[in-house]
Design a protein around this ligand. Structure first.
Ligand code: TYD
Length: 133
């Protein structure tokens, strides 16, 4: 079974162009407490390398693309975020890494909780111990 869960956002386009609405508990399957975005990522930089104990996120490349690795300790999977109408749902206890950011990449992330450094697991061995894999 695939680890990657996608949320497909309807594009409410008309002759003027496109529009996507992100609504808590509707198109986004949780209450959104925080939104952040990653942009102007330098070439050959990889980000992430952590998991969260209690945090759900939806990641959308609203422009450009990047490659994301998700890993639950048993399955490691690679996906491309490359569409403003396609969000990747990342659940609790999923290790994530982001690679190969295009120059124009803007990675928008919707999060179910406020920022809390205590919620991060930044060490892969510790992550594996916690998930018991
Ligand atoms: P981090 O989550 O480590 O970035 P990434 O996983 O994309 O590589 O965050 C980078 C820095 O920004 C770190 O010092 C924590 C800070 N930060 C906040 O203050 N608030 C936030 O919502 C996020 C996501 C990060």
């Amino acid at each position: 079974m695939s680890l990657a869960e996608w949320v497909n956002f309807p594009s409410l386009g008309d002759e003027r162009g496109s529009l996507v609405a992100l609504e808590a508990n509707q198109t986004v399957p949780f209450e959104i407490k925080r939104v952040y975005y990653i942009f102007a990522t330098q070439q050959d930089v990889a980000r992430g390398y952590h998991a969260h104990k209690n945090l759900k996120q939806v990641a959308i490349c609203i422009t450009g693309k990047c490659r994301m690795i998700i890993d639950d300790g048993k399955v490691r999977e690679e996906v491309w975020l490359d569409s403003p109408t396609k969000g990747l749902l990342i659940n609790d206890l999923v290790w994530r890494e982001m690679h190969d950011f295009s120059k124009d990449c803007v990675l928008l992330v919707l999060a179910s909780e406020h920022y809390d450094e205590e919620d991060y697991i930044r060490n892969y061995d510790e992550f594996i111990k916690i998930v018991g894999a």
